[in-house]
Design a protein around this ligand. Structure first.
Ligand code: S3P
Length: 172
């Protein structure tokens, strides 16, 4: 089976779904946010605070290039902003089949309203920010994706089932 690369907005379930997929397909799970935190020796929030978002985005691109170069195998759960840089879309596709877990602003807000770990959402109006970002990012997610799966109101088992079906169709 080809690598699976999950993209999508914060709260779309990339880590949870990635975890289930990796177990079912018996492939290792790679979480790009976690890998960057280990490499940097601090949290993403701290990277944003001390070095700024641009430095974080450079770390994301460098990691993606390394994963491609080393031909890493597995299921990849990527940070929500990973497909934003044009060049990253090409690396994501090189890494594996890219699956966009698409969710609505309402679902995202419901899942993220208590969150303190995502620097981008620490603002006065997180709901407005989520709505704006989802709309701004939709085109980037769409162009990076090979497969789109809507996740609103679905169980994780159902989402995994849809992904596996879509992967099978995609490969035949
Ligand atoms: C970000 C999403 C986060 C993390 C960082 C920036 C974004 O990852 O990479 O806080 O710009 O959407 P998750 O999508 O895993 O929360």
């Amino acid at each position: 089976m080809k690598n699976v690369v999950l993209i999508g907005f914060m709260g779309s379930g990339k880590s949870t779904i990635g975890n289930l997929l990796s177990q079912m397909c018996d492939l290792p799970l790679w979480d790009t946010d976690q890998m960057i935190e280990v490499e940097a020796g601090c949290t993403i929030r701290r990277i944003f605070d001390t070095q700024g978002e641009e430095t974080f985005r450079c770390m994301e691109t460098a990691l993606l290039q390394k994963l491609c170069r080393e031909e890493t195998l597995g299921v990849f759960s990527t940070g929500g902003g990973m497909p934003l840089r044009m060049e990253n879309a090409q690396w994501l596709k090189k890494l594996g089949t890219v699956i966009w877990l698409r969710l609505s602003p309402d679902t995202a807000y419901g899942r993220l309203k208590q969150d303190t770990t995502r620097p981008i959402l620490q603002c006065e109006d997180p709901k407005g920010r989520i709505t704006q970002l989802i709309s701004e990012r939709a085109a980037a997610y769409e162009s990076a994706a090979d497969i789109t799966v809507d996740v609103d109101d679905k169980s994780k088992e159902q989402i995994v089932r849809e992904i596996l079906e879509a992967l099978e169709e995609n490969e035949t």
